[in-house]
Design a protein around this ligand. Structure first.
Ligand code: NDP
Length: 275
């Protein structure tokens, strides 16, 4: 697919037939409470249809409250949560998540990171799907070798691998391998947790377009065909981050952004693991 064609897409089809909106709101480091409820409600009011939370974030209750406060029907919103792999049982943990969220299923349930190896939790993830607790199942922070190990033992293949991904972390090897396996690579920290916003190159590209650095970084993901989940707790920024489907980066801009990569086009999900 060309950059231009990829840039038109608002949803991505997962290998199991589900549809995932390209743009979601991330809520890592957003404390449970009114701030989180408001961020989720604003995002949904502003047209987002995808929210990314996790058991480890401790804010699933607020995500559920924000969803209900927004008035947007449940079946129009794609909700992801993540299995906290310090725990033992993905089924028991998703039951708790659903209670906190006030929902009967999530759209996507992923293993947060491959703590203790890439395969042990997967039978529980498959069971969670069979029980209807999750429409789709996947992983996060898995590199190419870990995906291969998982595929060798899985009955149901993972459909998503959520990883750190931005022009500075352009994990081409991992992206290509995921595509070959029918796994959607999803970009977390697309703004580098805010660090990439001060990039001279990104700002120089943004200026003549009348766009912000954030919008350029996010649009790069869209044109690479990669779904993305930027985080903000400010209403104006949540709105700004959604205005990325009404302009295009040129091939030259894309190439200049690609060249910011500091991973060497790696197959790895992270340069340093935290587990
Ligand atoms: P992002 O790359 O989305 O950057 C968020 C930071 O940028 C915040 O400090 C935010 O501040 C700021 N920001 C956002 N939009 C703008 C804007 N338009 N202008 C200026 N500043 C802005 O960070 P995250 O690391 O949080 O990644 C996004 C999401 O990805 C997470 O929330 C989480 O859902 C997921 N994630 C998953 C991981 C995993 O292991 N699976 C790991 C890390 C993240 P403010 O909020 O104050 O506006």
């Amino acid at each position: 697919m060309t950059d231009a064609a990829a840039g038109e897409r608002r949803v991505i089809s997962l290998a199991d037939g589900s549809q995932m909106p390209m743009l979601g709101l991330g809520v890592w480091q957003v404390r449970d409470g009114q701030g989180c409820v408001s961020a989720v409600r604003w995002a949904l009011e502003l047209g987002y249809r995808h929210i990314d939370t996790a058991q480890a974030y401790g804010n699933e209750t607020s995500v559920g409250d924000g969803l209900r406060e927004s008035g947007v029907p449940r079946d129009q919103v794609f909700i992801t949560t993540k299995f906290y792999p310090a725990r033992k049982d993905p089924v028991a943990e998703v039951e708790r998540s659903l209670e906190r969220l006030g929902l009967d299923h999530v759209d996507l349930y992923i293993i947060h990171w491959p703590k203790g190896g890439p395969t042990w939790a997967w039978p529980g993830m498959e069971r969670a799907r069979e029980l209807g607790y999750a429409r789709s199942i996947g992983v996060s922070n898995f590199d190419v070798a870990e995906l291969a190990q998982l595929r060798a033992t899985a009955s149901i293949a993972p459909v998503v691998n959520q990883v750190q991904f931005s022009p500075y972390e352009y994990r081409r090897g991992l992206l290509d391998a995921c595509r070959e396996e029918g796994i959607a690579l999803e970009a977390y920290s697309p703004l580098g947790t805010g660090r990439h916003l001060s990039s001279e190159t990104v700002r120089r590209i943004a200026q003549p377009l009348g766009r912000t650095a954030a919008q350029v970084l996010l649009r790069w993901c869209v044109q690479r065909g990669v779904p993305l989940i930027p985080k903000s707790t400010h209403r104006d920024r949540i709105a700004e981050n959604a205005q990325i489907f009404d302009f295009a980066l040129s091939e030259e801009d894309m190439a200049e952004l690609d060249a910011l990569d500091r991973t060497g086009g790696t197959e790895r999900a992270l340069e340093r693991t935290w587990w």
